[in-house]
Design a protein around this ligand. Structure first.
Ligand SMILES: NC(=O)C1=CN([C@@H]2O[C@H](COP(=O)(O)OP(=O)(O)OC[C@H]3O[C@@H](n4cnc5c(N)ncnc54)[C@H](O)[C@@H]3O)[C@@H](O)[C@H]2O)C=CC1
Ligand SMILES: C[N+](C)(C)CC(=O)CC(=O)[O-]
Length: 321
């Protein structure tokens, strides 16, 4: 039986930060969405988050028929997945919880509906171990805000079929995303491995009293952060080598890797470090609410995406190039 790739009904399990982002994206693409989350008050919180995201989605352009009213919130896992053509789990990042949840989801779902997990770095071979029809189970790791950022890392486990990877690619593409197949199943996949290295060093800088959280954020947002929106580290550093390119870059800056500037192990999360980070970021937030800051982030991301798209068009490139 072929996997379902034409999806009309999207099931979302877990409706926190990431689950609600998936729901917003699916609704904006004109799908019916069925959601489940066991927390008290989860439905109201979900609808509030979607309402906050909707202005950005309207600016980006909604699919015909897209409406927040096409969301149904249900009371059980079975009701959530029974009629779904595609299922995305965004439950807390705990192996035991995901293992148990996927046994239930997959037993109740259509056998040929693809199941994706939003996990940031757990291994699909482990948490899909008790799943029915594990050949259709993948990781679909998104980036926050899920309703705007295109990247989704697709990772298969030992039982995932190559056809399921292709089906997942098709589905995420239809949802307006840029799938990246992570061919080797490794903890943290590709992106979070990189982001974690940066995060670890940022915490060391705070811990060592080198800089405040705001200063570290400035070091990213006025420099590398701007060029990362359209050019990755490898190509950027090729240009940094001048006409001689990467070979010259490696010769000039390679030895610094051995100095080394960075620490590999993470710092101890002492109460002081946690307080310093929380106080620093509260100061950065100022009087602004999280919801207001999300709207600012969304508008800025839309502007950046538009600018990158337009510049790529001028250079004969497609957005996904
Ligand atoms: N927050 C982030 O930046 C990102 C998180 N992720 C991944 O997405 C997943 C969800 O993370 P967040 O949305 O950040 O967490 P969250 O804490 O915001 O939301 C988790 C939701 O799951 C619900 N929940 C609790 N027990 C559950 C169960 N047994 N079954 C289903 N739902 C349950 C909670 O009530 C809550 O609404 C995790 O696997 C995480 O690694 C992926 C990309 C980015
Ligand atoms: C912090 N995090 C590991 C949950 C982050 C992600 O998984 C991706 C993101 O949105 O940065």
């Amino acid at each position: 039986m072929p996997f379902i790739t034409e999806i009309k009904t999207f099931a979302a399990l877990g409706s926190g930060v990431i689950g609600s982002g998936w729901v917003a994206r699916a609704l904006a693409h004109g799908l019916d969405v069925v959601a489940w989350d066991p927390a008290p008050g989860a439905e109201a919180a979900l609808r509030k988050r979607i309402a906050n995201a909707w202005p950005a989605l309207q600016k980006q352009g909604l699919a015909p028929g897209a409406s927040q009213d096409r969301l149904t919130f249900v009371a059980t896992i079975e009701e959530c997945v029974r009629d779904a053509d595609f299922i995305q789990e965004s439950a807390p990042e705990r192996l035991d919880l995901k293992l148990d949840l996927h046994a239930k989801i997959s037993a109740a779902a259509k056998p040929n509906a693809i199941i994706g997990s939003s996990t940031s770095g757990l291994l699909p071979s482990e948490f899909y171990e008790s799943a029915s029809h594990p050949e259709r189970c993948v990781v679909g790791h998104p980036f926050n805000p899920v309703y705007l950022l295109p990247l989704v890392e697709i990772v298969g486990g030992r039982s995932t079929s190559p056809d399921a990877i292709e089906a997942a690619k098709t589905i995420y593409t239809v949802l307006g995303m840029r799938p990246l197949h992570v061919r080797k199943e490794v903890p943290g996949f590709i992106a979070d491995r990189l982001l974690e290295a940066l995060w670890r060093e940022a915490l060391h800088l705070v811990n060592d009293g080198v800089a405040s959280t705001g200063e570290i954020d400035d070091a990213i947002r006025f420099g590398a952060g701007l060029r990362w929106s359209f050019m990755g580290t490898f190509l950027t550093y090729t240009l940094a080598g001048g006409d001689a390119g990467m070979r010259h870059f490696m010769a000039q800056f390679g030895p610094a890797l051995k100095l080394p500037w960075t620490y590999l192990p993470a710092p101890e999360l002492t109460d002081k470090l946690i307080d310093d980070v929380v106080e620093g970021t509260s100061e950065q937030l100022g009087e602004r609410s999280i919801a207001a800051l999300e709207r600012y982030r969304d508008d800025t991301l839309l502007a950046v995406l538009e600018a990158v798209k337009s510049s790529k068009t001028q250079h004969g490139m497609a957005f996904g190039d």
